[in-house]
Design a protein around this ligand. Structure first.
Ligand SMILES: CCC/C=C/C=C/C(=O)SCCNC(=O)CCNC(=O)[C@H](O)C(C)(C)COP(=O)(O)OP(=O)(O)OC[C@H]1O[C@@H](n2cnc3c(N)ncnc32)[C@H](O)[C@@H]1OP(=O)(O)O
Length: 311
């Protein structure tokens, strides 16, 4: 083993042996596909309707602050969901009085204060890049999972919360929701998705820069006005009701069609129009052969709902 690898593995914080992680992922994927919902310390997973899963951030006493376990469990959870044929759509919510207060600053004091006992700047830098890439994956799994994810946000959505919701497909919020790209106030540039994804959602570069440079809180109506969220609901109960209705509608469509649409929308966001047109052509040369196409057309003609098999 190289010196760099040895020094990366020396601290618990940065050590993440690949074999162990892969086993954990496979275990949770197996747990989910056997129809029992997975259990986590920081997330509560339920299935409120057929094919609909609800993933709830579940540290209400700490306003769902994102501790180390959360950053690890999100990856296990969404990698499992990606392979679970009983799930076609996910609603992401927060338990208690707020959606999330972002990074658990107490649990990450050692990282934020660089208190890992390493003096050499270069060695420290290698540890940091591994740490940052690992934390980026926590939200990128939401995008990599072909099943659409609806974020249902109430009250506070701070720092890492904004990073997380920008990786979701659809965002809904309550009238009391507020958002804050708080990282500059903590002396860091946001590094797990907000700066990369938000400009592509909002389409107002000036506003994104204003919010990111100032850490100004913004409310539900401004979030709706700039396109960060698509619906604002009176309160959390009404929002969950709306999210469930939306999720059921999506779950009733062909999963081949919905998941292909998600993959292609993300591809289009990151590529030129000609590249994305080539990609969908290559995609559909196999996906158009799905039985779902005929089922959907026949059901439409008969004014009935099609019944699509699991994916
Ligand atoms: C490579 C790293 C990638 C990730 C980067 C992410 C960066 C970020 O997320 S930056 C933003 C970090 N978050 C914050 O700075 C928010 C801190 N919290 C607050 O400002 C307030 O809690 C808030 C305004 C959200 C709500 O205030 P309120 O008065 O309503 O509640 P509190 O009494 O403050 O909180 C209740 C208990 O929760 C604990 N808590 C809240 N937020 C956090 C947090 N982020 N980290 C750790 N703990 C948190 C708070 O201490 C209270 O606990 P207790 O005293 O035990 O009751």
């Amino acid at each position: 083993m190289s010196l760099i690898a040895r020094s990366l593995l020396r601290t618990g914080l940065f050590a993440a042996p690949r074999a162990i992680k892969l086993t954990q992922v496979l275990c949770s994927a197996r747990k989910m596909s056997s129809n029992s919902l997975p259990q986590f310390e920081t997330l509560a997973v339920t299935s409120p309707k057929e094919y609909v899963y609800q993933v709830e951030l579940n540290r209400p006493k700490k306003l769902n602050a994102m501790n180390k376990a959360f950053w690890r469990e999100m990856v296990e959870c969404f990698n499992g969901i990606a392979q679970d044929p009983n799930c076609r759509i996910v609603i992401l919510t927060g338990a208690g009085r707020a959606f999330t207060s972002g990074l658990d600053v107490m649990d990450h004091a050692d990282v934020l204060m660089s208190m890992d006992g390493e003096d050499d700047v270069s060695r420290k830098a290698f540890k940091f890049i591994q740490f940052i890439k690992k934390y980026q994956e926590t939200f990128t799994v939401i995008e990599k999972c072909r099943k659409p994810v609806i974020a249902a946000i109430h009250n506070a959505c701070v720092g890492g919360g904004v990073d997380m919701i920008t990786a979701c497909d659809i965002r809904l919020c309550t009238e009391d929701a507020w958002f804050q790209i708080k990282e500059v106030e903590l002396g860091l540039a946001a590094d797990v998705g907000t700066l990369q994804r938000l400009p592509k959602i909002v389409g107002n570069d000036s506003l994104v820069r204003e919010l990111a440079y100032t850490a100004r809180r913004f409310q539900a109506l401004e979030a709706k006005g700039c396109g960060l969220v698509s619906q604002v609901y009176k309160d959390k109960d009404t929002m969950i009701e709306g999210a469930l209705e939306l999720a059921s509608t999506i779950a009733s469509q062909s999963p081949i069609a919905v998941q292909g649409t998600k993959v292609n929308l993300i591809y289009s966001r990151d590529h030129s129009v000609p590249e994305a047109l080539d990609y969908i052509a290559a995609w559909n040369m196999s996906m158009l052969q799905t039985e779902d196409l005929m089922k959907a057309i026949q059901a439409g003609m008969a004014k009935e709902k099609a019944n699509f098999s699991k994916l």
